[in-house]
Design a protein around this ligand. Structure first.
Ligand SMILES: [Zn+2]
Length: 294
């Protein structure tokens, strides 16, 4: 299987999970993975759970996270969900070349939906010269998200050690899209078959999407969970989660929905292609990746 692009269908919609690359989260730039991903987990429970996932806690020095964008061709629209991290790292910023390899030029995209404004999701909005990377696209995001990142709130409320990098990426990548931006204030359809779901917590206006066609459904959960263990332990939050209480409430709502509707799910940071199903397991859930051809 290619680890760059994965084709699948949702009803009549032609979809692609498109890799923007991977980032290796490791000290000293980042906290160790156990702290980064599960900052409030009781140590004993965490070590037990990691071992169940064949991770040796004492040797877990780095988390290599995929960045997985989504392209949906509805027949009428070509919609991109998130724009990747651009040059955040030598191993990121592969979105445009991976789209080009599929015969898709930036000009072909007419809608870009941003699930939230972290660097790995908006970094590809603009080119190095500051011009929009998708010249014919309108953009959509949740209004609370735009308001947070374009006001003093971000400066005042973000942790000091992440503030500068988060703000510099937002300042570069948000103003150029302002003229062509649709702000979403309530759960509603963005385009026919593409519906916005409020999923706050990871960031103030973090958003999930339901993509539906012909009775089939894809639930794009973005960063509602960063690692499959978050489904099994929905109260364990990441150090980068802005409002942990809200994260837990959002997870319960979104994961319940995914399990009840047996929807196909796309998670931005899960192992490529990030597609699978969420099944109820006791009070929590479990990730079942789709079977992919090797
Ligand atoms: Zn992310």
């Amino acid at each position: 299987m290619s680890t760059e692009v994965y084709h699948f269908k949702v009803g009549a919609f032609e979809c692609m999970a498109v890799s923007d690359g991977t980032l290796t989260y490791t000290p000293p730039t980042f906290p160790p993975p156990t702290t980064l991903l599960f900052s409030n987990a009781p140590r004993g429970d965490l070590e037990h759970t990691l071992r169940q996932h064949n991770i040796q806690p004492e040797h877990w020095a780095e988390w290599i996270s995929p960045y997985i964008c989504l392209l949906v061709n509805t027949g009428e629209h070509r919609v991109l969900v998130d724009t990747g991290a651009d040059g955040l790292d030598p191993n990121t910023g592969k979105l445009l070349q991976n789209l080009q390899a599929e015969g898709i030029a930036p000009e072909d995209i007419d809608m870009v939906i941003l699930t939230h404004c972290h660097p790995d999701h908006i970094g590809g909005n603009t080119l190095d010269n500051g011009k929009p990377a998708f010249p014919n696209a309108r953009f959509a995001m949740w209004k609370d998200e735009w308001d947070f990142w374009t006001s003093k709130q971000a400066e005042e409320k973000l942790d000091e050690h992440v503030r500068e990098v988060l703000l510099s990426v937002a300042r570069k990548n948000l103003p150029p899209i302002q003229e062509r931006l649709d702000l979403i204030e309530r759960e509603r359809e963005i385009l026919p078959g593409i519906h916005a779901l409020a999923a706050p917590g990871h960031t103030p206006g973090h958003m999930a999407l339901v993509i539906s066609s012909g009775g089939e459904q894809l639930l794009c959960i973005s960063d509602t969970a960063l690692h499959p263990i978050h489904l099994e332990q929905p109260e364990w939050c990441a150090a980068v989660d802005f409002a942990p209480d809200q994260v837990v409430a959002t997870r319960r709502r979104i994961l319940n929905r995914a399990a009840a509707e047996k929807a196909l799910v796309l998670a931005f940071h899960f192992p490529f292609p990030g597609l699978g199903h969420i099944v109820q397991k006791g009070e929590a859930w479990q990730w079942q990746p789709i079977a992919t051809m090797v």
